[in-house]
Ligand binder design. Structure first.
Ligand code: ZN
Ligand code: ZN
Length: 413
């Protein structure tokens, strides 16, 4: 769009700037008579006739003339000093895209990106709890939540039936206008949000009642989430485009799923290692044993080799039977913490056998102690006497315990 600069109204009527109303009227009538299309057949006569008419319309009106004299515009400062100008009019037709020039003027992406940022849906957060077993194997979970989804009644357009969304005429759908201000230093340009569409770039004729022209409405939704094997509490999974819908079909935000791994009864997780407790009885602890337990993976059996002489609280490490390391084939370790329990279900014979061992050990210790105390070797008689005493003690011990009235060993398993 190209407009010739307007000629000065006084020049058009060929009157001095201080001409009075009568002079102006006379000048106008004289010009009008010679330029009237009915009498003047020159090609530019009509244009010049309109020009004369416009000049007279302004200069014959005291207020408009005063404004024109002072501000150069018959409508005064409001109509002159500040105006919204379509940026495409300013930059258009220059042979390069609107986006390019806008970006270069306002520092990269401020044009369309800026308009989109206003109407794009927000990201949403949701928490998802999985069991330790699910975290180990990885799983698919369906989460239900409420979000602003594209409105079903209007298909996200925001317009009611028969209504129509169309690009804002003021800003040509960009959501932005450039404000041009004339100052004594020349023209200054600043960008501003379009006052007509409030930056949305679109105007709706008849807004949808369900969504009030927003193109989105609350909706109960389900989404499937793929939880990776080895996930840790606090990690997030982003489901693209499942957050809030954008305004009138604009891009949706994302759904950010925060994973919570529940505690397990069987294992305690430390990093990617799994700790568990295995119980062995004291006799097994003495000679060593093998314990087989269910692993974290479904159907997995883990063999824990408890070494001979294992102590209470001793840790037995089974490599690569812990949690999978996320995104890798590798796994952490399983650490079995051994708890030694005293067996209470020994038969009488077993108990006597153990008692005999205890007595024997006591004898050995007694002999050793005596050896330490007395440098001379123990006499045979003395040794025999000691041994008999130990045997009695063992038998007494076994009897006493075994015939204890309530038999706590059997009942308190
Ligand atoms: Zn709607
Ligand atoms: Zn607009």
């Amino acid at each position: 769009m190209h407009v010739e600069p307007k000629r000065d109204y006084y020049e058009v009527l060929e009157v001095p700037r201080d001409a009075d109303a009568k002079t102006i009227k006379r000048a106008f009538l004289k010009k009008a008579r010679t330029l009237h299309p009915d009498v003047n057949k020159e090609p530019d006569a009509e244009e010049r006739f309109k020009e004369v008419n416009e000049a007279y319309a302004v200069l014959s009106d005291d207020q408009k003339r005063a404004n024109y004299d002072r501000y150069g515009d018959p409508n005064g400062p409001a109509g002159f000093g500040s105006d919204y100008v379509d940026v495409s009019d300013i930059f258009g037709g220059g042979g390069f895209g609107f986006g390019d020039i806008f970006d270069s003027f306002f520092g990269g992406g401020a044009g369309r990106a800026g308009a989109q940022a206003r109407t794009r849906g927000r990201d949403m957060g949701i928490r998802l709890t999985v069991t330790l077993e699910e975290a180990a194997a990885g799983c698919k979970k369906t989460v239900a939540y409420t979000r602003l989804a594209p409105c079903e009644d209007c298909g996200g357009t925001g317009a009611a039936e028969g209504g129509r969304a169309h690009a804002c005429e003021r800003c040509h759908g960009t959501g932005r206008v450039v404000e041009v201000q004339r100052t004594i230093f020349g023209q200054m340009q600043t960008q501003a949000t379009c006052p007509v569409c409030h930056g949305q770039g679109q105007v709706i004729d008849h807004p949808c009642e369900t969504c009030e022209g927003q193109g989105r409405a609350p909706s109960r939704e389900k989404v499937e989430v793929q939880v990776p094997a080895g996930v840790h509490s606090g990690q997030t999974i982003t489901v693209s485009g499942k957050g809030e819908a954008g305004v009138r079909g604009d891009a949706s935000g994302d759904l950010v799923v925060s994973i919570e791994v529940a505690e397990s009864d069987r294992f305690e997780r430390r990093g990617d290692d799994l700790y568990c407790t295995v119980r062995v009885d004291a006799l097994q602890a003495i000679v060593g044993t093998t314990v087989v337990l269910d692993g974290i993976m479904e159907g997995e059996r883990v063999t824990v080799e408890v070494p001979a002489g294992c102590q209470f609280g001793q840790q037995v490490v089974v490599e690569r039977k812990g949690m999978p390391r996320m995104g890798m084939i590798a796994r952490g370790n399983l650490v079995a913490v051994v708890q030694v329990e005293t067996p209470r279900d020994l038969t009488k014979k077993q108990l006597l056998d153990v008692a005999a061992i205890v007595a024997e050990r006591a004898l050995d210790e007694g002999a050793a102690a005596e050896r330490d105390a007395r440098p001379e070797p123990t006499s045979e008689e003395e040794a025999e006497g000691f041994s008999a005493a130990a045997e009695n003690a063992a038998e007494h011990f076994a009897k006493e315990r075994w015939h204890a009235p309530k038999n706590p060993f059997r009942s308190r398993k």
